[in-house]
Design a protein around this ligand. Structure first.
Ligand SMILES: C[S@@+](CC[C@H](N)C(=O)[O-])C[C@H]1O[C@@H](n2cnc3c(N)ncnc32)[C@H](O)[C@@H]1O
Length: 200
């Protein structure tokens, strides 16, 4: 097996992710639907219009769509969108190429699903990510998923410390649920937390 070779070093550039999807180097990919998300969907009173920013392979899309939830998954990497499109088959129409920071949904979003998107960004970009989450959600709407707590200076993945993340999130969101992740893959093991935040 040949080792992957990368030329793009900036995770803010789509080409960084393109190279990795093309060479099938995706150590962040869980390959399925985390139990916390499956439970959240199963227990919801009504389907919520869902946005998945930075969806990668988009494994969650099929699960949401089969549960009857409207879902749009976006990624700015053409190679990621190609890979997700091939994987998702009949559900591929839920995936589109778009940059999260300029994305304007056709309909109000009730739930944003976060997994390995915030931690894909250098920390200098986090305030912008959180501001865009806030702009996309009306008061009372939900943001749920996985947050990576780690202090390693280099990434991705770029981890949070609790005080920093709280300071960025709390002006816009209230934390309403939290638990250690039940099934982390190696890169996130022991440092990943499921959280549900409600837009103020
Ligand atoms: C670490 S991967 C995570 C993929 C997926 N969420 C998962 O859990 O497997 C980060 C993804 O975010 C995408 N991404 C990064 N910046 C983005 C942006 N500004 N807009 C849309 N997608 C972006 C990348 O192309 C990549 O597919």
């Amino acid at each position: 097996m040949t080792s992957p070779r990368f030329t793009e070093r900036d995770p803010l550039a789509p080409g960084f992710w393109d190279e990795r999807f093309v060479q099938q180097f995706m150590p962040w990919d869980q390959g399925g639907v985390p139990p916390e998300l499956a439970r959240f969907i199963a227990q919801a009173v009504t389907p919520m219009n869902t946005l998945i920013p930075g969806c990668g392979m988009g494994h969650e899309v099929r699960h949401l769509a089969r549960a009857g939830w409207p879902v749009t998954a976006i990624d700015f990497s053409p190679a990621a969108v190609d890979a997700a499109t091939q994987l998702l088959g009949e559900f591929a129409s839920h995936v589109r190429q778009a940059d999260f920071f300029s994305f304007a949904p056709a309909q109000a979003v009730a739930f944003i699903y976060e997994r390995a998107f915030l931690c894909a960004m250098p920390r200098a970009r986090w305030a912008d990510v959180i501001a865009q989450w806030a702009a996309l959600l009306a008061p009372g709407a939900l943001l749920g998923g996985f947050f990576f707590y780690d202090d390693a200076p280099k990434g991705p993945p770029f981890g949070a410390d609790r005080a920093t993340l709280d300071a960025l999130m709390q002006p816009h969101f209230v934390l309403i649920e939290e638990a250690p992740a039940e099934q982390s893959i190696a890169v996130f093991a022991g440092k990943e937390v499921w959280q549900l935040w409600q837009r103020r």
